[in-house]
Design a protein around this ligand. Structure first.
Ligand code: ADP
Length: 265
């Protein structure tokens, strides 16, 4: 059973008695609670690197003042923490942008395979550093879909960065696109974009919640890899805006596959 919240009001009605009104405000209450949770999460996520920065400033002005090696090390940590805050603010801005635009359908024509190729080039250095092989499987003939090219690039980057981040050395990440055919789930012609890795995999209990803001299946690794916990929330909103569908399947220790269905027109 689910908790239901009612707002009750009573009014005197002349000659008839009283009118008592029960209004179901469960959804409003939930929205207010989600907003509160979000603000608390953002504050926490920003405060953690900020506290580290403040601590190191103090140390640099005091005990580490004359120690060049320690100074260098602390400055490195401070840079990393500042980068983390920067990424978080960038992701928060992206999220608020895609959320506010969700009802407007993008109509520009985008060469999806070209976008996959250029994204894979941009991510090649990251994959190489991580010891991960990045592969492409694209149809011979390219095609255009209706979309927003910056946002679709963001989808490709977020999914592929995750696949690289959550895979060990020696694993493979495959980005693939299929030729457009009728997609029953979309009730229109569409293409299937897939990012598959042979990495750590995700426990089934986490999968339904991965697109929630700040939800992490592996908190330690996410933070270690500089994750903000917002990547899949951003992806979900962009795909909704494109009237697409996303599915995540995974097996612990075997790897993860994210499949995105996108309508063509
Ligand atoms: P993050 O910035 O933490 O990577 P995301 O929203 O992009 O945030 O992903 C949410 C969580 O989903 C991650 O913290 C990670 O636990 C899990 N995850 C996402 N993609 C993968 C993947 N390819 N393999 C394993 N776990 C993944």
């Amino acid at each position: 059973a689910q908790d239901v919240t009612y707002k009750v009001s009573a009014r005197h009605v002349p000659d008839a008695g009283a009118l008592i009104c029960f209004e179901d405000v469960t959804h409003m209450e939930q929205a207010v609670q989600m907003r509160r949770d979000f603000v608390a999460n953002v504050s926490h996520e920003l405060r953690t690197p900020l506290t580290a920065l403040m601590g190191f400033v103090e140390t640099l002005r005091g005990p580490a003042r004359e120690d060049a090696a320690a100074r260098e090390r602390f400055l490195g940590i401070m840079q990393r923490e500042a980068n983390r805050m920067n990424r978080l603010v960038g992701d928060l801005l992206s999220l608020s942008h895609v959320e506010s635009e969700e009802r407007v359908r993008p109509t520009a024509r985008v060469d999806l395979c070209g976008l996959v190729r250029s994204t894979s080039h941009s991510l090649a250095p990251l994959a190489e550093d991580a010891g991960v092989t990045l592969m492409l499987d694209l149809p011979e003939n390219g095609f255009d879909i209706a979309g927003d090219s910056d946002q679709l690039r963001q989808v490709l980057i977020n999914l592929t960065e995750n696949a690289i981040k959550y895979s060990g050395r020696g694993s493979t990440v495959m980005m693939s696109v299929t030729s457009p055919v009728y997609q029953p789930r979309l009730r229109s012609d569409g293409t299937q974009l897939t990012v598959r890795d042979t990495g750590l995999g995700i426990d089934a209990i986490h999968i339904p919640r991965l697109t929630e803001r700040f939800y992490r299946a592996d908190s330690h690794r996410s933070r270690e890899m500089g994750g903000t916990g917002l990547g899949l929330a951003i992806v979900k909103h962009i795909i909704n805006r494109h009237r697409g569908r996303m599915r995540i399947t995974s097996e612990k220790g075997q790897g993860t596959t994210v499949t995105v269905l996108l309508p063509i027109g």
